[in-house]
Design a protein around this ligand. Structure first.
Ligand code: HEM
Length: 399
């Protein structure tokens, strides 16, 4: 297999995609002030110990930069620690059940066909704008109960939040601060939009996830209106870009690996393992962040209290101590203990939905297009954020 990252000019900062090893498993970066962790075992240790490695990164970030985030993160599980985090997850799991997800299968298939009908007969299809962007957004919007027709509105907000190339660092430059302020402003717009819909559900309940979040109760307690809106916000954003990247990335892997493409076309029962390997090989959320709550030693390095840790799960997913031939896309890998959906108490809530959408959409795509090849004349482009690994556009030739 040609090195996919080199072939398409993927960012050099994602050195693991270029087959390079980290200089050290845990390394302090003077420039950003971050402690970077690249190993698989070390990543698991961090993600499975929320007492020592807190998710509330906004706390130190705000203190170091003299910023005030107000209640921007209230109800945002990705910033919460135990015990509140567990309570929120329990509330949400009342509304977002495995059955809620499984019941979506026919709708996902119908939407995929509808979107692909629009590009039927074309010899060249840009798959992100044709399918991979719209499908997950429509599904999550319908699930929440907000009009999918408003998606051009979210697209604008969400794209601006993700479409930046700023690197996370302890001390922010003026430009980075401005980017953060702009991101918060866009999140607030999304919050207000969702809050309006959630408030309406309090008076007029419907059969949707927003109503479920408004009504969910654990030990006699419910989510506050701000928490409902912020949580729905995370679902809407989380339900967007990530699944889009998963679909585009998987198609790019199949393009680079014609044997795997031929095999999965002939035997669709291989699709789930193709998807898992794609999550390992091109990990959409390549970095997670934590903050130390005490001095701690990891891989021989002592990290002081209150320091930001960059957990590079994209690199951990290529750790040669765990994965044989880590730089080969191999759908036969078994077991495949990748960390593409995280690990521990913050394990991705949307993983079953992302897997279902990926499987159904790819299955239908392979049925409808006997050939799908990346167009060398319109090479794929990638999201610019150093924390994401995913196609932004992918033009495919269909003959
Ligand atoms: C391929 C698609 C996806 C990938 C790669 C992905 C990845 C992740 C990862 C790595 C985490 C862990 C974050 C951490 O530990 O700090 C996470 C958490 C989360 N994801 Fe996903 N995700 C995907 C799809 C989705 C979808 C479709 C939804 C919504 C329906 C979603 C909602 C969430 C939420 C709410 C959390 C926070 C969980 C918590 O903090 O307890 N994700 N995701």
């Amino acid at each position: 297999m040609t090195n996919l990252a080199a072939k398409w000019g993927m960012d050099e900062s994602h050195f693991w995609l270029h087959g390079q090893e980290p200089q050290e498993i845990v390394r302090f970066d003077e420039q950003t002030g971050l402690w970077n962790v690249y190993g698989h075992a070390e990543t698991l240790r961090i993600l499975e110990d929320p007492t020592t490695f807190s998710s509330n990164t906004a706390r130190v970030f705000a203190a170091d930069n003299d910023m005030d985030f107000g209640d921007a993160f209230a109800g945002n599980p990705t910033q919460m620690d135990p015990p509140f985090h567990g309570k929120l997850r329990r509330l949400v799991s009342r509304a977002f059940t495995p059955k809620t997800v499984a019941d979506l299968a026919p709708r996902i298939a119908a939407l995929t066909h509808e979107l692909l009908d629009e590009v039927a007969g074309r010899d060249r299809v840009e798959i992100v704008s044709a399918l991979a962007y719209h499908l997950p957004v429509i599904v999550i919007a319908e699930l929440l109960g907000v009009p999918a027709g408003d998606r051009e509105l979210f697209k604008d907000w969400v794209e601006k939040i993700f479409d930046n190339d700023q690197q996370m660092s302890v001390k922010q430059t003026e430009e980075q601060r401005r980017e953060i302020e702009e991101g918060l402003e866009l999140s607030r717009k999304l919050h207000d939009y969702l809050r309006g819909h959630a408030d309406e559900r309090r008076h007029t309940p419907r059969q949707d996830l927003l109503t479920g979040l408004v009504e969910a109760e654990v030990d006699g307690e419910r989510l506050t209106p701000t928490e409902v809106a912020n949580f729905a916000n995370v679902l809407l954003i989380g339900g967007h870009v990530t699944t889009t990247m998963l679909m585009g990335n998987t198609l790019l892997c199949l393009d680079a690996e014609p044997d795997a493409d031929a095999r999965v076309r002939a035997d669709r029962s291989l699709l789930p393992s193709v998807i898992e390997e794609s999550l390992r090989y091109l990990t959409p959320f390549a970095s997670l962040y934590r903050v130390t709550t005490t001095d701690v030693e990891i891989a021989g390095q002592r990290i002081p209290k209150d320091r930001l840790v960059g957990v590079r799960i994209g690199a951990a997913n290529r750790d040669k101590r765990v994965f044989e031939r880590p730089h080969t896309f191999d759908p036969d890998r078994g077991p495949n203990p990748h960390i593409g959906f995280g690990r521990g108490i913050h394990f991705c809530i949307g993983a079953p939905l992302a897997r279902l959408e990926g499987r159904i959409a790819l299955d239908i795509l392979l049925d409808r297009f006997p050939v799908l090849r990346a167009d060398p004349e319109n090479p794929p482009t990638f999201l610019p954020s150093p924390d994401l690994t995913g196609v932004k556009t992918l033009t495919l030739l269909t003959s």
